[in-house]
Design a protein around this ligand. Structure first.
Ligand SMILES: Nc1ccccc1C(=O)C[C@H](N)C(=O)O
Ligand SMILES: [Zn+2]
Ligand SMILES: [Zn+2]
Length: 205
């Protein structure tokens, strides 16, 4: 079985939303201190690295992580390439046959230096949301830190996707992934009340 890891490694210095909590892992106790085990602790923003957004992230009435349907995050998916476009809407997807696709992952390669938070990247135009809903797509995954522009306060793509029943996976690493059909596994942690969750996202061929 071939497993393709599409998760950003979490380590000190991993790109973080400007001003948000830096990622930190450290041993709270060493084996020498406890006499038995090393025990780590970590601190991070939910929105660092490869993660899913719960609707509560941008809507106070929206579902929190523990309320999400896990079946969204496990199952067949389609990976397509739409490289280096300024933005993606219905027009850019019009020539793809997406019949039967429930989870769509788009490789943009627009986040060039994964060590830095990007100043620009491919963003999603809200008209993509009804287009995806019409085709039965319930999960959209991307290799960018946000479906909206980084300075957006209105978050038009987040809201449009939510209104059309499309859930969001952000920050996937896709530069080694060919177009095609895979099985996606990208389960959120059971974080009670959270606005999102880091995921270990993999594709199975
Ligand atoms: N971490 C943040 C801190 C402040 C303002 C926005 C964010 C975000 O994460 C937004 C982005 N659209 C996201 O869903 O990952
Ligand atoms: Zn997020
Ligand atoms: Zn987001």
């Amino acid at each position: 079985m071939i497993i393709i890891d599409i998760s950003e490694p979490l380590r000190e210095g991993v790109a973080t939303w400007p001003g948000d909590t830096p990622y930190r892992f450290q041993l709270n106790w060493t084996k020498e201190e406890t006499g038995s085990v090393n025990v780590g602790k970590m601190e991070m923003s939910i929105h660092t690295g490869t993660h899913i957004d719960a609707p509560y992230h941008f809507d106070n009435e929206g579902k929190k992580v523990h309320e999400l349907d896990l079946s969204l995050y496990v199952g067949p998916c389609r990976v397509i390439h739409l490289l280096d476009l300024p933005s993606i809407g219905a027009a850019e997807l019009a020539h793809f046959d997406l019949g039967g696709v429930k989870r769509l992952i788009i490789r943009t390669d627009s986040w060039k230096d994964r060590l830095q938070f990007p100043t620009s990247f491919t963003y999603i135009r809200p008209d993509l949301a009804p287009f995806l809903q019409e085709r039965g797509i319930q999960l959209l995954g991307l290799d960018v830190p946000s479906v909206d522009l980084p300075d957006s306060k209105e978050l038009p793509a987040h809201h449009a996707l939510h209104q059309h029943g499309v859930h969001i996976l952000e920050g996937a690493v896709l530069n080694h992934v060919e177009e095609g059909d895979y099985e996606l596994i990208a389960l959120p942690l059971p974080l009670d009340g959270a606005d999102g969750s880091p995921v270990r996202a993999v594709l199975r061929k």
